[in-house]
Design a protein around this ligand. Structure first.
Ligand code: HEC
Length: 49
């Protein structure tokens, strides 16, 4: 998964862990995937209530 993501260029804009810098040491452009996962977990709770 990690190697697929870096081969596809996803890690140019994303980091996996929130708060981690992007590959070039700058802040990542896209949201960290851990934050994306948290967001979807929260929306699932909202939708099921
Ligand atoms: C050019 C930069 C760039 C690349 C390359 C890129 N992303 Fe993103 N990605 C973004 C940005 C910016 C957002 C935030 C979009 C938004 O919130 O509307 C995002 C959002 C996402 C999200 C969250 C979507 C959501 O519903 O909020 C996922 C998952 C994601 N990207 C996965 C990937 C994957 C997997 C790849 C590689 C195949 C990839 N990204 C490549 C910039 C990029």
């Amino acid at each position: 998964m990690k190697s697929l993501a870096s081969k596809s260029g996803c890690l140019t804009c994303h980091s996996i862990e929130s708060g981690a810098p992007g590959p070039n040491g700058m802040a990542p452009i896209g949201p960290a995937w851990q934050d994306v996962a948290k967001m979807y977990q929260a929306s699932r709770v909202l939708m099921s209530s």
